[in-house]
Design a binder for this molecule. Sequence first.
Ligand code: GLN
Length: 457
Amino acid sequence: MILSASGAHHYEMPLSLRSFTSLKRALLSSSSPSLLLRGSSLVPTMAASSTTTVSSTDAGAQLNQSAPSSPPVQVAKRLEKFKTTIFTQMSSLAIKHNAINLGQGFPNFDGPDFVKDAAIEAIKAGKNQYARGYGVPDLNSAIASRFQKDTSLVVDPEKEVTVTSGCTEAIAATILGLVNPGDEVVLFAPFYDSYEAVLSMAGANIKCITLRPPDFAVPLEELKSVVSANTKAIMINTPHNPTGKMFTWEELEFIAKLCKENDVLVFTDEVYDKLSFEMEHISMASLPGMFNRTVTLNSLGKTFSLTGWKIGWAVAPPQLTWGVRQAHSFLTFATSTPMQFAAATALQTSDSYYEELKRDYLAKKAILVEGLEAVGFVVYPSSGTYFVVVDHTPFGFENDVAFCEHLIEEVGVVAIPTSVFYLNPEEGKNLVRFTFCKDEATLRGAVERMKQKLRKR
Ligand code: GLN
């Protein structure tokens, strides 16, 4: 399937509009002042003040009679098709319905004290002005050391490491800094939502390859048929959000060969590398001949349960780092200084931290996976990340959105409908994602609610 990320090419929304609309209505009637319904999409208001809230066009309801003349929301064409992110929508609904949130992937437990203490110390020590644009030297060095430990590759912290505001900014800086309008970029669906949005901002042509259950393996021949000398880059994500799939050596080798034959770059999002359970994580950059054409993206948030700190990075050879840094300079210029010092402390921790993290997550994963199976889902194997994807169709709902809506309103549990992670939402209509980055009581509570209240339609 070949689609332009920027044009008006997109599939008709085949999801039940009724379902989507009622999800939106639920949001609309929530107390969140920062959202409003406009046409068929939820979009952020330009100001959070309730006086700027405007009407719902399809409901014909005037939300706020006192401000009928508020200007219509505007958005550039390249972002027109994107809605309020599914994570924001679902977390708002979780609060509104007092539901257990197994949707957005943020831990409901805190990061380690030694890292928090390092941040407090850095603030007290006056490390509070702009950081060097591409990262404080301590953090660049800590990232280079960790990269060497993980991949055996020696990188220059000054020329090959760029610190960003979370991996989401690293993804944006990589794409905006290296992809020209019209360039073809290969994506694997389901994909993390920001990839498509940023490719659209860059004016890229997306070529999408769908990974299918049960194992979400890369369809090698199909991939080969879309990669050519016109391909600029292949975007990969391993361990993979939302499926938990991890790219195997054979798959990475096949992709690497295609890249070398066709002079293609790889952008690889590896933020869940320390949450690999069923197999060893393999970095694309570590494959023979690949470092020079690879941008490796990572962050602190998942590994240290500090998703709100927004410290990320890109590791790439100097010629690619140049483009990444040019974009980064004008996106955010620099990232929070004290948090960077604390991140450097975090990354210097011993391996036992990662072993314990994995042990904890394996226990959580077992609770959720066994629970979901007992409830009656078809649970697909997840090798890494803190997500599992299930097939909800045993319960008889028409699609993932309708199922998630029922799950929130009638059962009190939030999951993520996966159709938003596909160019063609139909392909995700049977699948929903649950996260297990919650304490064990929360996971057990969610399973219990589903056991008691979730029934076949
Ligand atoms: N990475 C998180 C997830 O997949 C979401 C982050 C966000 O809300 N943008 O759940």
